[in-house]
Design a binder for this molecule. Structure first.
Ligand code: SF4
Length: 292
């Protein structure tokens, strides 16, 4: 079977994809809320090992159509090696139509548009990027690499190369203090970047993360369920009418949303409005069923 090291994480929408681990861990690993990959030091796997995994997977799943390159930030791999990986995938899986991966803004910054176009011509057509927030204060608080502006630029650059972006934002990340400011400013950066897909998760405060300690010391206050829904509603109300798929159906969310914008935007706002007005917890995903 394939050589997987440690816990392997993939976006919910890659559930049917072949997961090919090409890096270990995350190249940043500094976000205070994130429990992922804390057990791994970032490393790019040896190209021979990756080629061996592709050959093994081809024997078991020759009809693979989608491949997701795990763990974090596969785009930071040297261009020559990334092209080799794409070529091997295309040769091994004749039906493959999409290669996707997580990427940091730094990895996008390091590639030229011409290099990204080269990758796009080799089926690399979707990149997952964590914006987390569009609010400067909240971004600083997360200690994530880069900046709000760099994140916007990375999506615009990918767009220039014909590569779609799936941008993650996290409801609740501003705490009670910055709740609505976080939502409004996040909508503003989404309006500027206009990614093709948006995924809004809800913050889960997880043990053994720096945020857990800050929360335990009562220096961070998590907005309650209905305040989180207000954040989501504010985010949607402040978004402009551009075309995108909007998902808030991750296991961490209180109300699952999977919608096509701008067509469904007002419909979703109306549903959220009703739930917030009723403030009935039975309408929400059970707290025990929420997960990362
Ligand atoms: S949120 Fe993303 S970039 Fe930040 S530490 Fe976690 S995996 Fe790395």
């Amino acid at each position: 079977m394939l050589n997987y090291y440690g816990t392997v994480i993939r976006p919910p929408s890659e559930a049917d994809s072949l997961i090919l681990q090409v890096t270990l861990g995350c190249s940043d690993n500094s976000c205070i809320f994130c429990p992922a990959y804390k057990d791994k030091k970032f490393k790019i796997k040896n190209i021979r090992e990756i080629e061996k995994d592709i050959a093994t997977a081809a024997a078991y799943y020759p009809e693979t159509r989608r491949v997701f390159l795990a763990d974090g930030d596969a785009l930071i791999i040297a261009q020559k090696d990334l092209l080799t990986i794409c070529d091997r995938i295309i040769a091994a899986f004749p039906l493959v139509s999409r290669i996707s991966m997580y990427a940091s803004a730094k990895a996008v910054e390091l590639k030229t548009v011409a290099e990204l176009k080269q990758l796009q011509s080799k089926k690399m057509s979707l990149v997952y990027i964590g914006f987390e927030t569009g609010d400067e204060d909240v971004y600083k608080f997360t200690q994530k690499y880069g900046s709000v502006q760099k994140n916007i630029e990375s999506v615009l650059k990918l767009k220039q190369a014909g590569i779609k972006s799936n941008v993650t934002v996290i409801l609740g990340l501003g705490g009670e203090k910055f709740s609505l400011k976080h939502a409004e400013n996040t909508a503003a950066v989404l309006n500027r970047a206009r990614p093709e897909q948006i995924a809004a998760l809800t913050l889960m405060i997880v043990k053994n993360t720096p945020l857990y300690e800050i929360w335990r010391l009562k220096q961070f206050h998590m907005p309650d369920e209905f305040a989180i829904l207000k954040e989501l509603k504010t985010l949607l109300e402040n978004m402009l009418d551009f075309k995108c798929l909007f998902f808030s159906n991750h296991a961490s969310n209180y109300v699952p949303v999977s919608a096509r914008f701008p067509k469904d935007r007002q419909k979703v706002i109306n549903i959220l409005d009703k739930i917030i007005t009723q403030s009935d917890k039975r309408l929400l995903r059970n707290e025990n069923l929420r997960n990362l």
